[in-house]
Design a protein around this ligand. Structure first.
Ligand code: PMP
Length: 370
């Protein structure tokens, strides 16, 4: 293999329920998985119905250009359809962005503790990944990222910014992002990854579409995997001005988004009630978890997403050790040692009873090791 490919650290996902059940001799139905920032409500019923209807046409190829979904998105977002790229999950958009603008010897800039696909997408095109030191709270330090872009000069081709970021849950204000977009040289493309955007509180929300209209070097990346509950179908989209969108569309696989996903996404986009229910459930679940962490005197980071990062010990084995103890009790969460955070665990926010099962297990473990 090529050296830059061999250097890539493989992506580590949440462990599947069936595998954990087998390994720890547990009943699958009793396992609680809070490991992949999935929607605890599952898929919206509206999307399920649309998908089943679309299943009758599976003998045909998907619509390569996603006509119907783009119509709905276009009306919703207030941009023409040629500003939209559909992706096989928003991961696809992240990767297409790297492939469209960067190659061997170029540089791609992002924050330390940012989403794991940024280094993956960067290294797979042979670009050098520049990791910028985060803020004290592990958030993106945008002024420092800007300095890194400037220092990189002509080599800098792309910057990944996640808002909120996974796994830290950190949030950037509209002013911080806008100052950054204004200052970034126009030859550098900025991907603003908004996979968890729908979980932002009303006072945290901002008009990213206005930025796309203003900045020809901006790509917004959005997902149907989280708030819309369609993680298993793999669908997301990018929004950018037509010149940049055209590049992404040229290099994507012609049928990168399957027909079931397209049909489900059209339905999910129109299901306001599902989105609202998920939002409220998430707010309540976050309060439930953080209250338990307070009681157990475990530090955690404020989160703007559907997950929370909690510090479970002071030594570098703490995260892995607690993860194992939780697995034995049938609770799957996400260790984040591969993100450079070995003392922490990332907990996805679940249903109230799932959160409670996790909290009970955590209490048991903490009290048995005192
Ligand atoms: N961006 C961030 C910050 C994420 O956490 C994730 C999911 N883990 C994604 C993008 C990709 O999600 P998907 O490909 O399912 O849309």
């Amino acid at each position: 293999g090529l050296k830059h490919i061999q250097a890539i650290a493989p992506y580590v996902g949440g462990r599947p329920i069936s595998e954990v059940a087998r390994e720890y001799g547990l009943d699958e139905s009793k396992i609680v998985k809070l490991a992949s920032n999935e929607n605890p409500l599952g898929m919206p019923k509206s999307a399920q119905q649309a998908m089943l209807k679309a299943a009758n046409e599976l003998g045909r190829y998907p619509d390569s250009n996603g006509f119907e979904l783009k119509q709905v998105l276009s009306a919703r977002l207030g941009v023409p359809t040629d500003w939209i790229t559909l992706g096989n999950g928003s991961n696809d958009i992240l990767e297409l962005s790297a492939r469209a603008v960067a190659q061997m010897g170029d540089e791609i800039i992002f924050s330390r503790h940012a989403f794991a696909v940024y280094p993956l997408a960067s290294q797979s095109v042979g670009a050098k990944a520049i990791e910028v030191d985060p803020t004290a709270q592990f958030g993106h330090d945008l002024p420092a990222m800007l300095r890194a872009v400037i220092a990189s000069g002509e080599k800098a081709k792309l910057v990944f910014v996640a808002n909120p970021n996974n796994p830290t849950g950190s949030y950037l204000s509209a002013q911080e992002i806008e100052d950054f977009l204004v200052a970034v040289p126009p030859h550098v493309v900025v991907v603003l990854d908004e996979a968890y955007n729908e979980y932002l509180a009303p006072e945290q929300r901002y008009d990213a579409i206005a930025w796309v209209k203003r900045f020809p070097n901006l790509i917004l990346s959005r997902s149907f995997s989280k708030a819309y509950g369609l993680a298993g179908l793999r669908i997301g989209y990018g929004v950018a001005q037509p010149a940049l969108t055209d590049l992404l569309n040229r290099i994507r696989q012609p049928f990168n988004v399957n027909s079931l996903a397209q049909a489900a996404a059209v339905a999910a986009l129109q299901d306001e009630a599902f989105l609202q229910q998920g939002y409220e459930l998430n707010r309540a679940g976050l309060a439930q978890l953080t209250q338990a962490f307070d009681e157990l005197h475990l530090p955690y980071l404020p989160s703007a997403g559907n997950f929370v990062l909690v510090k479970v010990g002071d030594d570098d084995g703490a995260g892995a050790q607690m993860n194992l103890a939780l697995l034995r009790r049938g609770i799957i969460v996400r260790p984040v040692g591969n993100y450079g955070l070995p003392q922490w665990l990332r907990i996805s926010i679940g249903l109230p009873e799932e959160n409670a099962a996790f909290i009970q297990a955590l209490r048991d473990i903490v009290s048995s090791t005192k």
